[in-house]
Design a protein around this ligand. Structure first.
Ligand SMILES: [Zn+2]
Ligand SMILES: [Zn+2]
Length: 280
């Protein structure tokens, strides 16, 4: 395995914990394509974390352009495990999932995740009040108070996700700004409360570099929020949220430098649902 040596004889890993592939219906490339690209990019670890199926629904293939059918999940797991074996001399492949957070179904999701040998589960809030977080229509004709209410509802769900015990990493924690950049300037203490609860639960947040694929640009979360995360001693991991192989580890160096700049000395990843810390 390639290990990059940095100052004082320490080593650091280059990895990406958040990647999708064609199974979810809105990403391109096979898992193998992502693994091959990760090797080309010099990663030592690649986490495969496609969107969860809709486990709370009766229908097998609910919204097939959002997530894989329920009946496909076992195939997903065995494909990742087979690739792990096939590539074991070249790269470590971790089996993850990006699980949607639906409070009413969280126990069903948790049970499903725990019945497979997952290395980690990213819990992400994608829906608030029945509307996708990226749906700009949510913000039409809202006054300041109502907009603040939406933001607080979103963070209420993120906090619930953090307390559910179902997740290791909380995904893209300010992603509601995606197609509504004004979201970030809505003044509420909810982000502080959220970071405190994530820290209390011992979970990690990801620095997710896919903001550039939406109107907001930049990262989830913003650097301001990362500084607060540092203050509250929230662990961080890295995820490109790649939906195409060429985005793997996108902006890894910039994220690493930024984290060092704001005082982080370690970054975390997960194997067998245990947290591993490595120097930045
Ligand atoms: Zn996706
Ligand atoms: Zn997501």
């Amino acid at each position: 395995m390639r290990v990059v040596v940095v100052g004082r004889g320490e080593t650091y890993l280059k990895f990406d914990m958040h990647t999708h592939h064609s199974r979810c219906g809105h990403a391109v490339g096979s898992i193998k394509d992502y693994v091959e690209e990760a090797i080309n990019l010099g990663l030592q670890i690649i986490g495969i974390s496609d969107h969860s199926p809709f486990w709370g629904e009766d229908q097998d293939a609910m919204l097939p352009w959002v997530g894989m059918p329920q009946s496909e999940f076992a195939n997903y797991v065995s494909e990742v495990l087979a690739l792990r074996e096939a590539y074991r001399d070249r790269i470590e492949i971790l089996l993850g999932i990006e699980s949607g957070f639906f409070p009413q179904h969280v126990h069903v999701y948790d049970e499903m995740c725990r019945s497979y040998p997952l290395d980690y589960v990213i819990g992400s809030v994608h829906v608030v009040d029945g509307l996708e977080i990226f749906d700009r229509a949510r913000w039409n004709n809202l006054d300041l108070e109502a907009a603040k209410g939406q933001k607080e509802k979103y963070y209420g769900l993120v906090q619930q996700a953090a307390h559910s015990g179902a997740f290791d990493i909380i995904g893209h924690i300010d992603a509601m700004k995606g197609n509504y950049p004004e979201f970030s300037s809505i003044d509420t203490p909810s982000i502080d409360l959220t970071l405190q609860s994530i820290a209390e639960q011992g979970l990690a947040i990801e620095v997710n570099t896919s903001g550039k694929t939406k109107q907001c640009g930049g990262w989830y979360p913003s650097i301001d929020i990362l500084k607060k995360a540092r203050y509250y001693e929230v662990d961080v991991t890295f995820g490109s949220d790649a939906h195409e192989p060429r985005r793997i580890a996108d902006e890894w160096d910039a994220v690493r430098n930024c984290l060092i700049g704001i005082g982080y000395r370690e970054i975390v990843y997960y194997r067998e649902r245990k947290k591993y810390r490595v120097p930045l």
